[in-house]
Design a protein around this ligand. Structure first.
Ligand SMILES: [Zn+2]
Length: 149
């Protein structure tokens, strides 16, 4: 019985190993490349949307999905950094991919948690998905969208 008498061999770095594993896990979750397969399958259909991504012109959402929240479809909010966002609420936004964990921190709609909503094609940040206990909706930044004619 020599337990405790010898230090662990110096080639074992349990802390470093778990740090590397954590890093890999994080990369896997946030790497947009893992979502590339979605691109082609919905490209043509989404081109007929009323609201397009301002950067890549992928279809994002339709006018018929505009949704009134607290009596208005459009809202203006400032984030904690003081940047002002003018958003419109949509019941659905098929052109968006959501990213990140849901959080209620700094939420603009009481009772709703949010996560990021990015363009499904170019991954630019277009707004947020708000999830409440009974429903969910997208709040999309108006000056990052263009309306198709
Ligand atoms: Zn885009």
């Amino acid at each position: 019985m020599t337990a405790g008498s010898a230090p662990p061999p110096d080639f074992i770095y349990p802390n470093r190993i778990s740090a590397v594993l954590e890093l890999r896990e994080t990369r896997g979750k946030t790497n947009p490349d893992t979502n590339l397969e979605f691109d082609d399958s919905e490209g043509e259909q989404s081109n007929r949307s009323d609201f397009l991504c301002g950067r890549c012109l992928a279809g994002i959402a339709n006018r018929s999905a505009l949704s009134s929240r607290s009596g208005r479809t459009e809202h203006a909010f400032a984030n904690p950094a003081g940047i002002l966002f003018q958003i419109a609420c949509f019941n659905e936004a098929p052109g968006c991919l959501t990213e990140g964990a849901l959080t209620s921190e700094f939420t603009w709609f009481a009772g709703y948690s949010w996560q990021y909503a990015n363009c499904r094609r170019c991954f630019s940040h277009l707004g947020w998905l708000y999830v409440g206990s009974e429903d969910s909706f997208f709040g999309l930044i108006l000056d990052r969208l263009v309306q198709s004619s």
